[in-house]
Ligand binder design. Structure first.
Ligand code: ATP
Ligand code: MG
Length: 784
């Protein structure tokens, strides 16, 4: 038997070596479901199954990456490269690109993220003169999303009077029209939103039997992790693709189904056995992740749910410490408790920050925790906030790039047509939209042929529009020869973006510049990294696709400094950490006030709590505050029922808050406080190197940005030779051998300097992150 298989217990081994036919592994948290999937793929490959014939669908791209690495370590990298592995969205986006023409889409279609969808919907609501307080764009978007995930197309909508009635009851009788306009506009813009990636895949597989056959034959073996959280649309795709060979293996845990609010259907896992013939069912019972106390406590809570499959979960691990329950007076106290115990535990046990995770029900709760961590100088990272790629300045750059490959992209165009300002006002844009709708052309086409249209604008504006078209077209030409990095570098400079962000001189402007630096560095990495990947062209389209589907979790390349993780429980699914804090365990917060209406909603909250608790390996902490700021008001709260539901033998209830509320030695601002109004402005990255030189700038302060960001005239640059002192504008005395400090990568040694003028780059060997090539014009380096 293959050696790696000895790393599985008997119950795990069975499903691992069962290759053919439909099968399901239903098992509790931490019992090795993901491990079985991973080893199963390695085993299949060792038995001669071609990686090309295996499709594996995971909950995050990060999970896919990790599985792939593990498989590569068993079967070899070159073999593993050919596996199709990723989220539903990323896998089917790739297939849709290949087959796009069948659906009338260009293969370089844009993927609209939630922000793009929101903007388009808001704009449609405005164009239709609807009351935006009734037609709230976010609600409209989520309604459209649920139609799509239930496969209700526009046509199906209009054929079903009940839907129209339901929307009318919700005071939105014109929902259908918005839906239709939204779908039409996306189509015309050559854009698909996230839900389209699944909906259109379904359309593709149903309307084109030959396409279905092609992918059925290709993906002879299909595996799905976290099956309990698939929605209807995903379910149908899996069914269709596996229909021919029926080699389908799904793993999941009904007790961890937590995405019903986004359309996940727990019945998919409950009914799996009815969907296929002769389904083999496997159960795993031994948990390898957590201590006895944690496993037993989690079991005792989930036991309170009525709707569930019977399951046994036990562990041979140590008993471990009891689960610590801490009560605080306020949310600020709660934050202090978390920060100080992390600090102490870390010191006592020689741990890393990365061993700790803080989980909460809603994103808003992170603020008080962040404040406390900052005071203690504990580096942290928040997952799932605004993703890096959704930040304003990043979206601005990306919008230019999107326009280059798809000039029909309406949202990208609207975003940058007048940014940086070039005198094209909203009235002109509105006229272009109307005209584009009238001619049934894209806005870009209307602009390009402005003289042939009846758009009423003066000749000055016409020239501005034409200049913009020419600018984008010149980028398109460059795109034929330059790589993503070179192109983006050129675009940020010549579009005036850099000048614009430099100009404002505020701390926000500085941060924006740093983010653009980060984006360009990421592109450089992408260009380098892509060289290794077999079926990759390293093209702009590919980069943009990665970006559109990247979640915050996926951006984490592990090269970052050691940090505490903060995230919502929803995002923590499938992950594990030695020390886990579940904070804000208060009635109306967790369980959420919105979930108390029905038993099934409450049961979903309880499953969420089960997921949270089972992330912990060694020690779990449950915390709650007696009062907390919510929506700007101080509200009193009661401890969550979930704490009471845990069998008390597994709990250790800590000292009342009166006694530990404020320990002057631990909690006083001996680490140097940051004035309140600045707190949310200081990014965790900054914190790490905050001492000494770095100035924390105040919002609205008139303090100028660091010198290097105020200069924007690359043409005045002198050439720089490799050996002499670097005379570029930004770091005037950088030379080979210098030790420098970078905000993100820490200290490093300059290995090489190359390029001239605005393109001077330094190769630096960093303590964290290894050798990086940075563009000095952007890189924020400090010589030490
Ligand atoms: P979840 O339900 O949270 O997704 P899971 O069932 O997918 O959990 P895994 O993540 O696969 O569980 O495994 C949990 C942990 O236990 C991992 O750290 C894994 O490496 C470890 N593990 C699983 N099986 C074994 C085993 N047979 N021997 C040693 N460690 C194991
Ligand atoms: Mg798992």
């Amino acid at each position: 038997m293959e050696k790696y298989l000895s790393q599985l217990n008997e119950a795990q081994l069975e499903p691992t070596i069962q290759i053919d036919g439909p099968m399901i592994v239903i098992a509790g948290a931490g019992s090795g479901k993901t491990r079985v999937l991973t080893y199963r793929i390695a085993y299949m490959m060792s038995k001669g199954i071609d990686a090309f014939n295996i499709l594996s669908l995971t909950f995050t791209n990060k999970a896919a990456r990790e599985m792939k690495e593990r498989i590569a370590s068993i079967v070899g990298t070159s073999e593993a490269k050919n596996l199709w592995m990723g989220t539903f969205h990323s896998v089917f986006a790739k297939i849709l690109r290949i087959e796009a023409d069948k659906l009338g889409y260009p293969s370089n279609f844009t993927i609209y993220d939630t922000q793009d969808s929101d903007r388009l919907i808001a704009s449609i609501i405005k164009e239709m003169n609807l009351d935006k307080d009734i037609y709230k764009y976010k609600q409209v978007r989520s309604r459209i999303s649920s139609y799509k995930n239930s496969l209700i197309t526009v046509r199906a909508y209009f054929q079903n009077p009940e839907l129209k009635e339901a929307d009318a009851m919700a005071r939105r009788p014109r929902m259908g029209e918005i839906y239709k306009e939204y779908v039409d506009r996306c189509f015309k813009a050559g854009a698909m939103d996230f839900d389209d990636l699944l909906l259109k895949t379904n359309e593709l597989l149903t309307r084109f039997p030959e396409v279905l056959a092609k992918y059925q034959n290709r993906f002879k073996y299909i595996l799905v992790d976290e099956y309990q959280d698939t929605n209807h649309s995903q379910y149908l795709i899996v069914r269709a693709l596996s229909d021919k060979f029926q080699n389908i293996c799904v793993v999941g845990d009904d007790a961890q189904s937590i995405y019903a609010f986004r359309g996940a259907n727990i019945n998919n896992i409950l009914n799996f056995q009815k969907d296929y013939d002769d389904v083999k069912v496997f159960r795993l019972e031994q948990n390898y992740r957590s201590t006895k106390n944690i496993v037993n406590a989690a079991n005792s809570v989930i036991d309170k749910n009525q709707t569930k499959l019977d399951k046994v979960v036990w562990t041979a691990n140590d008993e471990g410490g009891k689960i610590k329950v801490n009560r605080s007076l306020t949310d600020a106290d709660e934050g202090r408790y978390v920060a100080s115990t992390i600090f102490e535990t870390k010191m006592q046990n020689q741990l890393k920050n990365g061993d700790f995770a803080i989980l909460y029900r809603t994103n808003a709760q992170s603020r008080s925790i962040e404040d406390a961590l900052r005071k203690r100088d504990i580096p942290y990272r928040i997952y799932g906030g605004l993703s890096f790629y959704q930040r304003k300045e990043i979206k601005d750059v990306l919008s230019y790039l999107r326009l280059i490959i798809n000039p029909a992209d309406e949202e990208a165009l609207k975003r940058v047509i007048n940014f940086p300002p070039r005198g094209i006002g909203q009235t002109t844009v509105d006229k272009l939209i109307v005209s584009a709708n009238g001619y049934n052309r894209t806005m870009f086409e209307v602009m390009k042929n402005i003289d042939k249209t009846d758009v009423k604008i003066n000749s000055g504006t016409k020239t501005k529009l034409q200049n913009f078209v020419t600018l984008i077209e010149s980028y398109q030409v460059l795109n034929q020869t330059a790589d993503v990095f070179e192109l983006a570098e050129h675009v940020t400079r010549t579009s005036g973006l850099i000048k614009e962000f430099n100009k404002d001189g505020t701390p926000e402007g500085v941060t924006r510049m740093e983010n653009i630096e980060e984006l360009l560095n990421g592109m450089k990495d992408f260009v380098e990294g892509q060289k290794e990947i077999v079926d990759s062209t390293g093209s702009l389209a590919e980069f943009l696709e990665d970006v559109a589907l990247a979640t915050d979790l996926d951006n984490d390349k592990g090269e970052d400094m050691d940090r505490v993780s903060l995230m919502t429980i929803h995002l923590a699914k499938g992950l594990e950490f030695p020390y886990v804090y579940i904070v804000g365990l208060e009635e109306d917060l967790f369980p959420s006030a919105m979930s108390m209406n029905t038993r099934s909603e409450l049961e979903e909250e309880r499953r969420l709590f089960y997921v949270a608790l089972t992330r912990a390996e060694k020690q779990a902490y449950l915390t709650y505050a007696l009062s907390r700021y919510r929506w700007g008001k101080l509200v009193d709260s009661d401890p969550s029922r979930f704490i009471e539901e845990i069998d008390e033998q597994y709990l250790e209830v800590l000292t009342p808050p009166e006694e530990r509320r404020f320990n002057p030695m631990l909690d006083a601002d001996i680490f140097g406080d940051v004035p309140t109004e600045q707190k949310s402005k200081v990014s965790p990255d900054k914190l790490r190197f905050k001492p000494a030189k770095q100035v924390v700038l105040k919002k609205g302060s008139t303090k100028k940005a660091p010198e290097k960001f105020q200069v924007t005239q690359p043409k005045n640059l002198k050439p720089v030779s490799k050996t002499t002192e670097n005379t570029n504008l930004f770091d005037s005395k950088l030379a080979v051998g210098n030790i420098v400090k970078h905000m993100r990568f820490g200290a490093g040694e300059v290995m090489k300097i190359e390029g001239t003028g605005a393109d001077v780059k330094a190769e630096i060997n960093f303590q964290h992150g290894g050798v990086k090539k940075l563009l000095l014009r952007f890189a924020k380096l400090e010589v030490v």
